[in-house]
Design a protein around this ligand. Structure first.
Ligand code: ARG
Length: 566
């Protein structure tokens, strides 16, 4: 039962105002004592030519007998609604019981395709902490859109093309050793790269050699292509290890290389539309009226670039998937790049490009020695995950509550702690990496949320003999139970807001508040104590059960798994 909707509908009947206007005007009062919902009557003053307090008074009288409301009070120009707690609590708990994992779901996205492009690491380059940020957000958004009924595809736009492959292949021919590389691919490839750059400083002719190799690759030379494919394959094996740890699956790994033969068409289309102009030998789309640099489509040597591949990719996605939204989860330093390509597509008259959305995020900062950097300046994503698991393992080791396999538990909590941190604040905010905050079981953290779920489960285990399926919920109307159930009722709002703004942190905030309210509830209202009457016990158990269902699902939308005991 959505009481906000119910209230909005009632008011629509009485005032004949637009339902959507009323729904957006209805607010949650800052103080519980002022009711569960408040409606400001000020906008009605003009319509009725009456003072707002008088309007509020009249409306409150008309609503006096409504059976969902305990009372409806006028306070100044406001109308304050107090719901019937018992009714509200049992409606909500029944709703969760019958919906199960579908609580909070919607079919608003039915028949619409949402593409979420995220992670997108570069082949033969470190899979670093920035990619983890993208991975955490993208994975969560994909789950959130699915919950709302959209058809969702997760795309990994691999950085597997470009002049750097010429360098890599050149370096490999000169100094590479397959056996050594196979043992520790990314690190060895990195070494070969570094060597190339060092040598090229002294021997600039190496750059020409690299360019030739890339040309060979573009021309489909068999040996060079096989080598490129080899690098791509071993990199994917490395990436896959991390995706397995995170429980992530992609529907497509079509990266930049996939679009390399689809760019001529883009160049032709843009030329036909008269969008291309020459600038220092290159073909560009001039965007000076927007005060941004031109979008380079073809370089002076005829080679195409990143932007062109992205435009080809968007066109391909439109034709293949007819998307409603095409979301790019990429760091804010690339905001300008996306602004440029979106603008070029708009000028090409591609209306569908309105569905393209850039979802940026900030930086990850490591104060002091927060992270041991085993690889120079770059922080490898896999190292961060492993360190989180190791640190959690040490904590779990001392925890006698943990009944399940400790390795599994440490993995879920360690990774949960990281994902939580990346999804805690609005995504454009930088993250200051702190193990202490991340693994603080009592603060706002992943482990804190996971712990409250495990707590709930342990209560339910202790109540194994009690059948609470017929619980009379009107027996548990304490302030704490009411506050908790109101939060349970708001799950779908949090999911929708997250999708609206492409901000998983609304779901994160929701889960954290839910965990806090649950802790307050069971600390104030003993559940399994002997002196608690059986009927009250049952009502409380039903609330605990509903809480477990909802927090597990909320955390699931963040990619965070739960553990049954901790
Ligand atoms: N591979 C790029 C990087 O690691 C990110 C790709 C972003 N996606 C895109 N469609 N351009 O920085």
């Amino acid at each position: 039962m959505d009481l906000k909707k119910y209230t909005a509908d009632k008011l629509t009947e009485l005032t004949e105002l637009d339902n959507a206007v009323i729904a957006s005007a209805l607010e949650t009062p800052p103080d519980e004592k002022m009711g569960d919902l408040a409606f400001p009557c000020f906008p009605l003053a003009k319509v009725y030519r009456k003072a707002p307090p008088l309007i509020a008074k009249e409306l409150s009288e008309k609503l006096a007998d409504d059976d969902k409301f305990e009372r409806v009070e006028q306070a100044g120009g406001y109308l304050n609604f107090f719901f019937k707690r018992g009714r509200f609590i049992s409606d909500t708990i029944d709703g969760i019981k019958s919906a199960g994992d579908n609580w909070g779901a919607s079919d608003m996205g039915a028949g619409k395709m949402v593409l979420v492009e995220y992670s997108s690491p570069n082949i033969a380059k470190p899979f670093h902490i920035g990619h983890l940020f993208s991975t955490a957000i993208g994975n969560s958004l994909a789950r959130i859109y699915k919950k709302l009924g959209y058809n969702v595809l997760s795309l990994n736009h691999l950085g597997d093309w470009g002049t750097q492959f010429g360098k890599l292949i050149c370096a490999y021919h000169r100094w590479g050793d397959k056996d050594v590389i196979e043992k520790d691919p990314i690190n060895e490839i990195l070494k070969v790269y570094v060597k190339f750059h060092d040598e090229a400083e002294r021997h600039p002719e190496l750059e020409d050699e690299a360019r030739e190799y890339f040309k060979k690759l573009e021309d489909g030379d068999e040996e060079t292509t096989a080598l490129w494919k080899y690098f791509r394959d071993i990199s994917l094996v490395e990436f896959q290890r991390v995706y397995d740890m995170l429980g992530i699956k992609f529907d497509s790994y079509n990266g930049e290389a996939f679009y390399s033969d689809k760019m001529d068409e883009v160049v032709d289309l843009l030329r036909e539309k008269g969008l291309l102009v020459e600038s220092e030998g290159a073909q560009v789309v001039d965007l000076s009226d927007l005060n941004i640099p031109p979008c380079i489509i073809l370089k002076s040597d005829g080679a195409t670039i990143y932007a062109t591949r992205d435009i080809a990719a968007a066109l391909y996605r439109h034709r293949t998937y007819d998307f409603y939204k095409n979301i790019y989860v990429v760091g804010t330093p690339q905001a300008l790049h996306f602004k440029q390509i979106f603008e070029v597509m708009k000028r090409a008259g591609w209306d569908w490009s309105e569905g393209c959305e850039f979802v940026g995020f900030g930086l990850v900062k490591f104060p002091g020695k927060a992270m041991s950097t085993r690889h120079g300046d770059v922080v490898f994503l896999e190292d961060v995950l492993n360190e989180a698991i190791e640190k959690t393992r040490a904590i779990v080791e001392e925890n006698d509550n943990v009944k399940d396999d400790k390795d599994e538990v440490a993995k879920k909590i360690g990774i949960g702690a990281i994902l939580y941190t990346f999804l805690k604040n609005s995504r454009e905010k930088d993250i200051i990496f702190s193990w202490d905050n991340m693994l603080d079981f009592e603060g706002e953290s992943g482990p804190y949320c996971q712990y409250s779920y495990a707590r709930g489960k342990s209560i339910l285990r202790r109540a194994a003999g009690i059948d609470y399926s017929d619980a009379d919920l009107s027996l548990e109307t304490s302030d704490e139970a009411y506050a908790l159930v109101k939060q349970l009722n708001k799950f779908s709002d949090a999911v929708k807001t997250s999708a609206d703004r492409n901000e998983p942190f609304y779901v994160n905030r929701y889960a954290t508040d839910l965990a806090k309210l649950f802790n307050k509830f069971y600390n104030t209202n003993p559940i399994m104590r002997d002196d608690v009457p059986e009927a009250v016990k049952k009502a409380r158990l039903a609330v605990v059960d509903a809480f477990c269902t909802v927090i597990k699902n909320a955390l699931g939308l963040l990619g965070i798994e739960t553990v049954e005991s901790m």
